[in-house]
Design a protein around this ligand. Sequence first.
Ligand code: 7PM
Length: 268
Amino acid sequence: MGPDPVLMGILNVTPDSFSDGGDFFGLEPAVMQAGRMLDEGARIVDVGGESTRPGSDPVSREEELRRVIPVVRSTLETRPETIVSIDTYRASTAEAALDAGAQVVNDVTALGGDPKMAGLVAERGCPVVLMHMLGEPKTMQENPRYEDVVREVRDFLAKRAERAVGAGVEEENVILDPGIGFGKTLMHNLTLLNRLDALVELGFPVLVGASRKSFLGKLLDSDDAEARLSGTLATSVMAYERGATIFRVHDVRPNREALEVAAAIGRA
Ligand code: 7PM
């Protein structure tokens, strides 16, 4: 199998984020959680100040900055080895976070949300995650439809990767993400994960963000955290087996352990 799996720990600094219910809304708890995720094996910490959960409203630029910049700064003060990723589609927020020491941009709009984002990422020479989403967070889960979900997501990401490279982003700085849960039914999510090889074939690293998402609750007909963790681990291992290398997760330790076993089996 390919390269070792990389874990990206999720640090939501939103009062309304769904599964950590605002627990980390506040500087000190956020920095503690970042440290814990690093101790558990995360290489990257993904800091997000605007919940992109289905049905959510956008937050203002000022509010987003107020939430994330102090967290980026303090995390790097406490743990300078951290690779901070900034989860935003706004170039101004990304720029402020990069100035504060962040090194990766995670853009759920794949450069479609802000015309300045491609130029910024090119100029800074940093990696960028390009994620697929159908529609926008407020309405994306209402009635998502595809003729061929694998082809459409693959073609969309190929075009956005091309746009990024055209804007001056180096090829090795492009990371692709199918956007599990973003304008997708249960079957769309499962099909994309089953056919992840179609994305891997494009030649860029593939990131998967399935951690605790609602398709797992639907599939297991259970909404408890334990079921979603089991489902997340199964998803991480299957995605790794199909060539994904970066895993955006809440529960770093169990994902690291599951992937370590999968990687050992793959090497044997
Ligand atoms: C519902 C859906 C609730 C999604 C919360 C979420 C991704 C991301 C998020 C992802 C990348 C969450 C999310 N998901 N960025 N941001 N990929 N690149 O689980 O799958 O925090 S928001």
